[in-house]
Design a protein around this ligand. Structure first.
Ligand code: 6PG
Length: 249
C-alpha cells in the first residue's frame, strides 16, 4: 500500500491516458490479462458493467483484443453496476448497449448474462437481481457477494453506478447488493444500482473516468476529504484503480 507524503494511506491508483481511445484500449488489455490469468488458474470471473459515453468504445476494444488473443469470455458471468428501469431493447438500456457491442460479437450465452430487468416492477427486478447475484457469485465472510471486477463510470457530480449525491442515508447504507433508485438526477430517473456495500466487497473496482468537465470532481473524489459517491467508494476499499483521459495532476 503506497503512502503519500502526508503519511495518508493511498487507496487508489491513478492511471492517465492521452485520449479516450488509448484509455479504452489499455483498460480492455489490462482486464483481458486478468480474465486470462483467472481462466488459467480455474478461478471464476464475474464482472459488473456500467453505462456511459465511453462504454461502447471500451466494449468494442474488448471484442477486438479478445479476437486477436483468441481469448474466450464464455466462462464469465456478466452483471451490471446499474441499469435504467426501461425495457431491454430501449436505447437508454445499458443491457442494449452491451448486447449490441459485446455479447453478440463475443457470442456470450444467455445464461451467463444476468440482466437487471428494467422492464419489471422495481421491487421484483431488485429481488430477482439479488437472488441471481447471491446464487452466482461467491460471498465473503459477511455474506456479501464478491464480484471479481466492477467497471464504473463517473458523472460530473461524482456519481458512480446510480449512486448519486442526493441519495438518502437509508439507500446509501443498504446491505443488499442491488436496490432501486427512483430520483436519479441523471435521466432516466428510475434505476437499479449496485450498493456501496457491494462495491466495497468487490475484489476489483476499476473506474473509467472520461469526458470533459469532470476534472475537478475527479480530483475532489480522490482527495482525503472527498465527499462524492466516488470518494465514498474509494474510502470503503483498500484499492480502487482509476483510469482517465482527463488532465488531472
Ligand atoms: C449510467 C451509468 C453511469 C455512467 C456515468 C458516466 O447508467 O448512467 O452507469 O454511472 O457510468 O454517468 O457516464 P458518462 O461517461 O456518459 O458521463
Amino acid at each position: 500500500m503506497a503512502q503519500t507524503t502526508s503519511g495518508h494511506v493511498k487507496n487508489f491508483e491513478l492511471n492517465k491516458f492521452a485520449s479516450d481511445s488509448e484509455l479504452a484500449h489499455s483498460v480492455a488489455s489490462l482486464w483481458l490479462d486478468k480474465v486470462r490469468d483467472d481462466f488459467l488458474q480455474k478461478v471464476p470471473h464475474s464482472v459488473a458493467l456500467s453505462g456511459g459515453r465511453i462504454t461502447g468504445k471500451f466494449f468494442s476494444e474488448i471484442v477486438r483484443q479478445a479476437g486477436l488473443r483468441n481469448l474466450s469470455l464464455h466462462h464469465i458471468d456478466f452483471f451490471w453496476a446499474d441499469e435504467r428501469c426501461v425495457p431491454p431493447g430501449d436505447p437508454e438500456s445499458n443491457f442494449a448497449l452491451a448486447n449490441r457491442t459485446l455479447f453478440q460479437p463475443l457470442k456470450i450465452a444467455e445464461e451467463k448474462i444476468h440482466r437487471l430487468c428494467g422492464e419489471l416492477e422495481p421491487a421484483s427486478a431488485v429481488e430477482k437481481a439479488n437472488r441471481a447475484i447471491r446464487k452466482m457469485v461467491p460471498a465473503n465472510a459477511a455474506g456479501e457477494p464478491v464480484l471479481t471486477t466492477v467497471f464504473l463510470g463517473v458523472g460530473e457530480d461524482g456519481h458512480v453506478a446510480s449512486l448519486f449525491p442526493n441519495a438518502s442515508r437509508e439507500m446509501n447504507d443498504s446491505k443488499e447488493a442491488f436496490y432501486f433508485v427512483e430520483n436519479s438526477p441523471k435521466p432516466p430517473p428510475r434505476r437499479i444500482t449496485l450498493s456501496y456495500a457491494a462495491l466495497a466487497a468487490a475484489r476489483e473496482v476499476w473506474v473509467i473516468a472520461s469526458g470533459k468537465g469532470k476534472e475537478s470532481v475527479l480530483i475532489e473524489s480522490l482527495s482525503e476529504n472527498g465527499q462524492t459517491p466516488l470518494a465514498r467508494v474509494v474510502k470503503s476499499r483498500q484499492m480502487t484503480k482509476v483510469f482517465t483521459d482527463l488532465s488531472v495532476q
